[in-house]
Design a protein around this ligand. Structure first.
Ligand SMILES: [Zn+2]
Length: 198
């Protein structure tokens, strides 16, 4: 249910606070405007989750491209105003470049597209939790929101190995959402290394 339908539902259906009570988001006797707002937030949240899944699927397509190039399959897309403005995948081996991670390459492309190093209204979707280098690039580029799929226990810098957001005095802290299509994002890496061991 998108936000518009939700608003129409709320304004046209006199039973909406019964609906809210049934959904456990409103107590009997609670103000119906509170119920309406609760439903709107819930529907808005579902809409954001839908979009996150859609864009993570695009990041997974980039990871598949990396796999075809015999690179560790990590993919990334950057979104502004609900549109993908940059996409990339890990190219470290092919380019002999230790900086060639999916995120850093996508950040560079996005900056070129909008002609600005500050990606303040952008969201970054990446299949695996960003490393220390990439989380630094995310902070430096002022990306507003980071969505990642699977955690990286050994190298993840948003809580798995270290949490860069706990550093004192950093001048930017993006919103971080984790676990979107986590199994798919983890499986593509596991399958890649399994095939390498054969
Ligand atoms: Zn990285």
């Amino acid at each position: 249910m998108d936000t518009l339908i939700c608003v129409l539902f709320i304004t046209s259906n006199k039973c909406y606070n019964h609906f809210a009570i049934a959904m456990n988001i409103c107590e009997p006797g609670q103000d119906r405007n509170v119920a309406a707002l609760s439903i709107m937030f819930m529907c808005g949240g579902l809409l954001v989750m839908d979009r996150d899944i859609e864009f993570m699927k695009e990041a997974l397509k980039e990871a598949e491209l990396a796999s075809l190039e015999d690179e560790v399959p990590i993919g990334c897309v950057i979104v502004k105003d609900d549109q993908i403005i940059a996409r990339s995948h890990n190219q470290r081996d092919k380019s002999h470049n230790p900086l060639g991670h999916a995120e850093t390459l996508a950040i560079k492309k996005a900056s070129e597209v909008i002609n600005d190093w500050q990606l303040v209204d952008c969201s970054l979707y990446v299949t695996i939790e960003p490393c220390i280098m990439c989380s630094g690039a995310i902070i430096q580029s002022r990306i507003k929101r980071v969505v990642y799929g699977a955690p990286d226990i050994k190298g993840g810098a948003f809580g798995s190995s270290i949490n860069i957001l706990e550093a004192s005095n950093i001048n930017h802290r993006p919103e971080v959402v984790k676990g979107v299509l986590e199994k798919e994002c983890a499986d593509i890496i596991k399958n890649y290394f399994k095939s390498k061991r054969k």
